[in-house]
Each structure stands twice: as C-alpha cells, then as structure tokens.
Design a protein around this ligand. Structure first.
Ligand code: OAD
Length: 234
C-alpha cells in the first residue's frame, strides 16, 4: 500500500493559503481565536466569519485542483498497489481531482456539524449564528465540521492500520508542526516503509525521511508519480 499525507502546501498553487511562514494564515489570525473550542465559545461570529472567508475562496471559481492533486488521483487510478491519501486539508481539491480513497483527518470546510444533534451535513454557503440545523431544527447550533486544536483528529484507527501496513509513505506540503500527523512518517518508517518528503523546504521532521525532494508540489508530485508508475522509483 502507498500512503500519502498531504498538507496546506499541496493546495497552495490552487490559491489556498498555507498556515505558517510568510503570508501564512496564522500571521493574521491567532490559533486561539479561530481554531479552538474556547475561541468559538468566546466569539462564535468571529470564528464563523473566518471559515466563511475560507469557504468562499474555495467555492470561487479560482480554486481548482492543481497538477499535484491530479497526479495523486492518477496514482490511485493507475497503480497496482492500493493508494490511500490522508489529508490535513479541509478543502475538497483532492476529491475534485478524482481521488476516492481519502481521509480528511482535520474535517471538511464544506460540512457543518450540529452541536445539538451531532449530525454533519454538506454546507456550501456562509454559516450564520441564526442558522437552524436542517436535521433537528435547533437554532444557533451549527459549527464548521473542522477539527480544532485540543480536539481529536478523525479516522485515527484507520490511519494507524494504514501506517502499519504501508510499503511507501509520502509526506507532501506539510511543515511537520502539528501532531499526530507530524509523527506519521516516523511511525511508517518504524513499520518498515520507505518514507519520502516532497515539500517546498525541509520540514521540521526532515531527518526522518529516507528521501527529500524540495520545490513546488505542482512539479514534484507529477514527476514522482510518473516514476512510481513506470517502476523507476523506490
Ligand atoms: P503549514 O502551513 O504549517 O505548512 C505548509 C508547508 O507547505 C510548508 O512546509 C511550506 O514550505 C510548504 N509549501 C508551501 N507552498 C508549497 C508548494 N507550492 N509546494 C510544496 N510545498 C509548499 O501547513 P500544514 O503542515 O498543512 O490544522 O499545517 C498542519 C495543520 O496546521 C493544518 O491542517 C491546520 C493548521 O493549523 C487545523 O486547522 C486543525
């Protein structure tokens, strides 16, 4: 099995901002304010507005899958081995490119979750304080279906099984700041996988990888996929 972990860098060339570094979203917004349960309890409108802005950008015609997303979808279609993409991204660009075997470990921007009845549902428009849950009709109970800091990432059991079973693990466009995702490469390597990093620059955990290639995902990923499919890589 080939397991791919993606982060914000894979969507950067699709017009979605990364989180850290120059121009990153966390330069203008504090994580505590917009990406924690306490921040939401303190000022829900501010949090909804932050994700409304991201959702609008994603829904605007300008954000489209780039060659990195497309290459990963091609890998899933054409590889003889099963391919699993685990993404930390909350956008839907992998799906739009055609990837099917996909786990959104940090939730999805195009979903709302009701804090009263627990249902999650597709949500493409702005989320407002006065919105009612389409399932239970309660007013003011919706939140973005995003995993915030201090909350438990999704699909950890399936991810654990995949990391233990994979032959190749590739980390793409992630800075290695946020656990548990930042620990997946070490885990896969300890289980015997060949581990590769494709990123603009060495990530925090770069020394864990057998191989690192540095540059833009839109160029590195198609080249790597071509090598894997033609049998010239690892
Ligand atoms: P970061 O913003 O921390 O890191 C993005 C990485 O992508 C950096 O190492 C960049 O160098 C690299 N990068 C930027 N542009 C690139 C490009 N065109 N091609 C290749 N690499 C590029 O984003 P993540 O590591 O994904 O969590 O952040 C992890 C989590 O922290 C996010 O899921 C989010 C955030 O807080 C939550 O919201 C819960």
């Amino acid at each position: 099995m080939i397991v791919i972990l993606t982060g914000a860098g894979v969507s950067q060339e699709s017009g979605m901002a990364v989180f850290r570094g120059a121009g990153g979203m966390w330069e203008n917004e504090r994580i505590e304010d917009v990406a924690t349960p306490d921040g939401f309890a303190r000022d829900p409108k501010r949090v909804l507005d932050f994700y409304n802005g991201l959702r609008r950008r994603l829904m605007s015609g300008k954000s489209k899958p780039n060659p990195a997303h497309e290459a990963l979808a091609r890998l899933e279609r054409e590889s003889k081995r099963p391919v699993l993409v685990i993404t930390q991204n909350v956008d839907d660009l992998h799906e739009r490119a055609g990837t099917r075997n996909l786990l959104h470990m940090h939730g999805e921007l195009l979903k709302a979750r009701c804090t009263a009845c627990g249902e999650a549902m597709r949500w493409e428009k702005d989320m407002l304080l006065e919105d009612c849950c389409p399932e239970c009709a309660k007013k003011g109970s919706l939140r973005p279906d995003i995993v915030w800091f201090e909350e438990m990432p999704l699909h950890l059991e399936a991810i654990e099984q995949a990391l233990a079973a994979c032959r190749v693990f590739v980390s793409i466009g992630t800075s290695g700041n946020v656990y548990p995702a930042a620990g997946f490469a070490r885990h896969a390597r300890q289980s015997g996988a060949h581990v590769v990093e494709l990123n603009l620059e060495p990530s925090l955990g770069a020394s864990v990888f057998h191989e690192g290639r540095y540059g833009r995902a839109g160029e590195l990923v198609p080249a790597w996929v071509e090598e894997v499919l033609s049998g010239t890589s690892w």
